[in-house]
Design a binder for this molecule. Structure first.
Ligand code: HZT
Ligand code: MN
Ligand code: MN
Length: 415
């Protein structure tokens, strides 16, 4: 167990402080990813040089072998801004964090392992995804990489929700169902949204790939808007105001498509969200347009900060076949008359709990599943799409509002 404490205070036994995990200076600069520095080497000892274990392509090594001390790397650390900057040096807040650390350290380590698996899976995804591939093979490749690196094991660790592979005018919640023959095209804009969890601590993070440089400014706009959301997020920050900063950044970009200059519009009704153990979304939402929501972000919360931009109307409708389902955390207790529906619910509880999953039966969910949806026990999440011809992009990070600092757990050297 390590305590990621910046400076070792006099009253803390030295045993809990680990050099490797010490945060960098007070500048809030991104920390490097990976295993961190190795221990000191003895000067001259001719042992056969043991090559440092590295991840393979495709990933085949579980993270516990790459991080043999069991500690996974911290994400990017950002200081709180303005009114909140006192937290970083506040003796009281530092004490809170140390005291909380005893319980919380394990949950931090869990989400950090999930985030590290996310980085390994997406590094591989970026390399192997090419136009001409079937969407089903892309999903399988990514999900295999997640399961291998995170060392998937029942509800202890694994995929947190179906891998989103939404294309072009579709912004979210498309995954290929079995039998889908769709193939990735040269001009497609692909949103890759991967969820990984360790003991219910979910890392929800997404990026966009395009093979045609036309859409680079769209991707840049959305990446910048998400970074603004991450930077401006903080304890006591109001959700409606945060949305305004995101909007401002996104709207400062435009894209030229076939000689026509198009504004980049934030997508209405899509939003970031709080994350709870085994629950991908809580009650709080971070919209993409300035609004009057006075709700504040609070200490200890986990947020998915995600933004979506579009060259179309900036509005989405539900469109196409559903692939994402989740048992509602607040499911009403409804007596199920059909044994078949009871059995389906039992197997959902056993395999997924409240985590979203992808329906394995080829299409339309099946009769029992539709029954659970109509009873309000299961929620369906249909694909969300703007108008045909529009292009949409998404970037998303999971952040922790720690007592003294903000941790961008999913940050990598790619986004
Ligand atoms: C729902 C189902 C999933 C949460 C956001 C999202 C992908 O749009 C409150 C705010 C996975 C995630 C979700 F399978 N959604 N993040 N990553 N989708 S959401 C939402 O339904 S609920 C936003
Ligand atoms: Mn996501
Ligand atoms: Mn999300």
């Amino acid at each position: 167990m390590i305590a990621p404490v910046e400076n070792k205070p006099e009253d803390v036994p030295p045993a809990v402080v680990d050099e490797e995990e010490a945060e960098d200076g007070e500048d809030g600069a991104p920390e490097t990813q990976g295993a961190g520095g190795e221990g000191k080497k003895k000067k001259k000892k001719k042992k056969p040089k043991k090559k440092k274990l590295e991840q393979t392509e495709p990933p085949s090594i579980g993270l516990s072998r790459l991080f043999s001390d069991g500690n996974y790397p911290e994400g990017e650390i950002q200081d709180y801004k303005d009114d909140n900057s006192y937290r970083t040096t506040s003796e009281e807040k530092r004490y809170d964090e140390r005291r909380m650390m005893e319980d919380i350290d394990e949950t931090y380590n869990n989400i950090r392992k999930a985030a590290e698996a996310h980085r390994h899976a997406r590094k591989w995804a970026r390399k192997f995804i090419r136009p001409g591939m079937r969407m089903l093979d892309i999903a399988d490749g990514i999900e295999d990489a997640v399961r291998t690196t995170v060392e998937a094991n029942g509800l202890e660790a694994g995929i947190a929700f179906p891998t989103g592979l939404s294309l072009n005018h579709c912004a979210a919640h498309y995954s290929p169902n079995p039998g889908d023959t769709l193939v990735l095209g040269e001009k497609d804009v692909l949103k890759i949204d991967i969820g990984v969890h360790v003991r219910g601590r979910i890392c929800d993070s997404a990026f966009t790939l395009s093979f045609d440089p036309t859409y680079d400014p769209l991707l840049e706009a959305v990446r910048a808007a998400t970074d603004t959301g991450v930077r401006e997020a903080g304890i006591d920050v109001r959700l409606g105001e945060l949305a305004g900063y995101i909007q401002e950044t996104m709207e400062s970009y435009e894209v030229e498509v076939n000689g026509k200059v198009l504004p980049v519009r934030p997508i209405e009704h899509l939003s970031g969200h709080t994350i709870h153990p085994y629950q991908i979304h809580g009650k709080k939402s971070v919209l993409l347009y300035k609004n009057e929501d006075q709700t504040k972000m609070e200490e200890g919360e986990y947020f998915a900060i995600e933004t979506f931009g579009s060259t179309g109307r900036g509005k989405v409708v539900e469109q196409g076949e559903v692939s994402h389902y989740a048992r509602r955390a607040d499911a009403p207790h409804v007596p199920l008359r059909l044994t078949s529906a009871q059995n389906l619910l039992k197997s959902i509880n056993k395999n997924f709990g409240t985590l979203p999953w992808c329906d394995g039966t080829s299409s339309g969910g099946g009769e029992q599943l539709n029954h659970l949806v109509s009873q309000g026990i299961v929620q369906d999440y249909p694909p969300l799409c703007d108008v045909r011809g529009a292009m949409t992009a998404q970037f998303e990070h999971t952040i922790l509002l720690r007592p003294t600092r903000k941790e961008v757990v999913s940050r990598g050297d790619d986004y």
